[in-house]
Design a protein around this ligand. Structure first.
Ligand code: GAP
Length: 503
């Protein structure tokens, strides 16, 4: 039997407290999905529970296909989640692509020639080790099962047989039903398969991409020839990736389809250590840029056993979630593995000719990779806050605030006419028109002004702009700051600049 490397190529095995989401039917219709949110809320700790509940209540994230009972572990981004995702992506693109001279962005196809995935090693190596409970039919990742049951046991690099032995010798029971009646451990390939056109017995499977990286590698020569970039330079892309995960779960942390942003940075081999350190620093700057709490992150070095087949060195940037320290991002030194493999398999020359030295070589690659879906979760966890405040009558209440950095906040400001009087609505419309070309805005006319402020706090809108009767006289509005709750009176004519200086 082959050896399954539980390696970073897939991800690092980690502790999870959400085994209830590890059902075997993870890619089939789940009639219990309508209870998914309740399940999450009852089985996670307070913070996760509150964030998940807020996401549904305010329109950040909804369970996928909910009216049909859902499809397990699929999630839809609602209006605010979509804005949040787009803002994070745009900030990433600006920081890593547009503001650099050595980076270019592309948008490669999801479907690629299957030979790409054979050459890259995904068909053979993109595996997890799965084990099923024969009694309740639940399916688990064998490494997760062991690591959840036994403290401080390292499973990376163990063979399928060794994983089973560990499970048997330690009397590990099924977290679903408590039985000790498991199948053998088997390799499970994570690539999603589909087919093009009518299928026949001999038709070759086509894969949904498991990472974006291969789209960059196969376009290496196209980019080189069309842009005349010189090494070192990078190619970046974002988009959906698909993995037939055995144990998806923890809300949007591990899903079957997710958004990924990554780039391949092509270098001369002797530069890799210097460049590696440089990119760790840039990744840390990025975390700060989008408001991920520094004290909740750490860098973890991969052990030799964990390294992917292509990697000589890998680090993870981990985040301390309510369900443990988890991988948020990765940085891998992929050497010249991918370009060499594609050169061998395609017969195309993948080398680079240095115009100054006339040296011809296959560039080495550093790959910073950023799960966008995971970023959404960590930005939400970082931003969530509650504080005790007094209402107008001096009663104490809890204010929930998403303290988003303004650059990622779904709305930069909300326009709130004090009352539903036609003259106030008309003026509020005019204020909306003044700002709409430059800022994403909410416009809310329902409920008391206090309730509307709370609603905007809860969705992280940095500024609430109230149009009142004085506005009709003095052409000014009240601007309330989300974090300090301080209010400024600002002339409508100066409003644009006021916001520009603050968001
Ligand atoms: N090209 C390298 C690569 O794909 P990876 O560590 O397997 O590396 C990259 O995945 C990032 O994608 C991870 O750091 C994580 O943020 C995110 N990710 C991986 N699997 C995921 C899943 N099932 N659901 C959500 N995000 C995932």
């Amino acid at each position: 039997m082959g050896m399954v490397r539980i390696v970073r190529f897939v991800r690092v095995a980690g502790k999870t407290h959400f085994s209830w989401l590890s059902q075997s039917s993870h890619n089939s219709c789940n009639s219990h999905n309508s209870h998914l949110l309740q399940q999450i809320m009852s089985e996670t700790n307070g913070l996760m529970e509150k964030v998940v509940s807020l996401c549904k209540r305010r329109g950040f994230v909804f369970p996928g296909s909910e009216i049909y009972g859902g499809l397990a572990n699929t999630w839809d981004l609602g209006p605010l989640g979509t804005e949040l995702k787009n803002n994070i992506f745009q900030a990433w693109w600006k920081f890593f692509v547009q503001s650099r001279k050595d980076m270019m962005g592309i948008d490669p196809a999801i479907l690629m020639n299957p030979k790409v995935w054979q050459a890259s090693g995904h068909v053979d190596c993109f595996n997890d080790a799965q084990i099923d409970c024969k009694d309740c039919k639940k399916r688990f990742r064998a490494d997760h099962l062991i690591e959840d049951a036994l403290k401080d046991v390292k499973v990376e690099g163990l063979s399928l047989e060794d994983l089973k032995k560990l499970i048997d010798e330690n009397n590990i029971r099924c977290p679903g039903c408590g039985a000790k009646n498991f199948t053998e451990v088997r390799k499970f390939n994570l690539l999603f398969q589909t087919s093009i056109g009518p299928t026949t017995a001999n038709s070759e499977p086509v894969y949904l991409r498991g990472e974006i990286a291969q789209g960059m590698f196969v376009n290496f020569k196209n980019i080189l020839n069309s842009s005349r970039k010189r090494v070192p330079f990078g190619i970046a892309a974002m988009g959906k990736a698909f993995r037939n995960e055995i144990t998806p779960g923890n809300f949007i942390f591990r899903t079957l389809e997710f958004e990924l942003m990554e780039f391949e940075y092509f270098i001369k081999e002797d530069q890799w250590e210097k460049q590696f350190d440089y990119w760790v620093k840039e990744m840390k700057k990025w975390l700060e840029l989008i408001g991920i709490r520094k004290e909740k992150t750490r860098v973890r070095e991969h052990t030799e056993d964990e390294l992917s087949h292509y990697s000589k060195r890998t680090i993870d940037i981990e985040y301390e979630t309510p369900f443990g320290w988890k991988e948020l991002y990765g940085l891998a030194y992929r050497t010249d593995f991918d370009l060499k493999k594609h050169q061998e398999a395609s017969g195309q020359d993948m080398s680079y000719l240095d115009p100054e030295t006339n040296e011809k070589f296959i560039p080495h690659v550093l790959e910073p990779t950023f799960g966008l879906s995971r970023t959404i979760l960590m930005v939400l966890l970082s931003a969530y806050d509650e504080e005790e405040v007094e209402d107008a009558k001096g009663n104490k209440e809890v204010r929930t605030v998403l303290r988003f950095k303004p650059n990622v906040a779904p709305y930069k400001a909300a326009i709130l006419p004090l009352m539903k009087k036609p003259e106030l609505l008309k003026k509020a419309d005019a204020v909306f028109d003044v700002l709409k070309d430059e800022f994403a805005l909410d416009f809310d006319i329902t409920g008391s002004i206090g309730k509307r402020y709370r609603r905007q706090d809860e969705i992280g809108t940095p500024f609430a702009i109230t149009v009142d009767f004085d506005t009709l006289e003095d052409q000014s509005v009240t601007v309330r700051d989300r974090d300090s709750m301080q209010q400024d009176r600002v002339k409508i004519a100066e409003l644009k600049d006021y916001l520009k200086n603050r968001v």
